[in-house]
Design a protein around this ligand. Structure first.
Ligand code: ADP
Ligand code: MG
Length: 202
C-alpha cells in the first residue's frame, strides 16, 4: 500500500529530476515554443516541495491536491494549469484514504489524465504531454517500471509528429522533428514515480 509519505517522496523526486533536467526542457521548448518549460516547472515543483514540507498533508489525496493547487498558482505557462489539474484531479479521485493500492493509483491517475484531456482538448498524437501520460497510464497495470518505459517511449515518439495543440501548433509542419517538452517532463514525472516505488520495494 502507498501512504502520504510515498506521494510526498514522489513529488520531491519529481522536483529533483525537473531541477536536473530544467535546461534540457527549456532547450526542447526553444525551437517549438518560448523556451520557458524548464524554468516554469522548476519554479512550480520547488514551490510544491516547500508547501508539502510546511503543510504536511496526511493522506495521498491530500498530498496530490495540494501539489496540484500549488502548480496552478505558481506556473504561468500552459503547463501549470495542465499539470495542476493532473495532480489535483488524481488526488481528488484518491479521496481521503490514508493508504491506497497500486490499482487505486492507476485508476485515479487515469481520471487525472482524462481531466487534462478535457481541459486542454488534446488527443493522443497531438504532440503534447498526453502522448507520454496516456501510454504510462495504460501500462501502469503491468507495473511502475512498465509505465516508466511507456512514458519515455511516448515522449520520444512525439518527435515526428506535427503539433496540433499549444504554442507549438502555431508552427504547423515546422513543429515536426522536435521532441515535445511537455511529453518529456511527463516522462520525468512517471520515472520519478517508478524510482520511488522501486526504492520502497513496491
Ligand atoms: P507555454 O506553452 O505556455 O510556454 P510550457 O512551455 O510550460 O507552457 O509548456 C508547454 C507544454 O505544454 C507543451 O510541450 C505541451 O506538452 C503542453 N501543452 C500545451 N498545450 C497543451 C494542451 N492543450 N493539452 C495538453 N498539453 C499541452
Ligand atoms: Mg513554453
Amino acid at each position: 500500500m502507498l501512504d502520504a509519505d510515498f506521494f510526498r517522496r514522489w513529488m520531491t523526486a519529481t522536483a529533483a529530476s525537473v531541477e536536473r533536467e530544467a535546461d534540457r526542457l527549456t532547450e526542447l521548448d526553444s525551437p517549438i515554443g518560448d523556451a520557458d518549460h524548464g524554468s516554469n516547472l522548476r519554479r512550480g515543483f520547488a514551490a510544491v516541495t516547500a508547501t508539502l514540507e510546511k503543510e504536511a498533508p496526511d493522506t495521498p489525496g491530500g498530498v496530490l491536491t495540494l501539489a496540484g493547487r500549488q502548480l496552478i498558482s505558481t506556473v504561468g505557462g500552459a503547463s501549470g494549469p495542465l499539470y495542476g489539474t493532473l495532480l489535483r484531479r488524481t488526488g481528488k479521485a484518491l479521496g481521503d484514504a490514508g493508504e491506497v493500492s497500486e490499482a487505486e493509483l492507476a485508476s485515479a491517475l487515469r481520471t487525472g489524465v482524462d481531466a487534462v484531456r478535457t481541459l486542454g482538448g488534446a488527443a493522443p498524437g497531438d504532440k503534447t504531454m498526453i502522448d507520454a501520460l496516456v501510454p504510462a497510464v495504460d501500462a501502469l497495470g503491468a507495473g511502475f517500471a512498465a509505465a516508466r518505459t511507456a512514458a519515455g517511449q511516448g515522449a520520444v515518439a512525439t518527435t515526428p509528429l506535427q503539433a496540433r495543440k499549444g504554442r507549438a501548433s502555431y508552427l504547423g509542419a515546422r513543429s515536426i522533428g522536435h521532441q515535445d517538452p511537455g511529453a518529456t517532463s511527463s516522462a520525468l514525472l512517471i520515472a520519478a514515480l517508478a524510482d520511488v516505488a522501486e526504492a520502497a520495494g513496491e
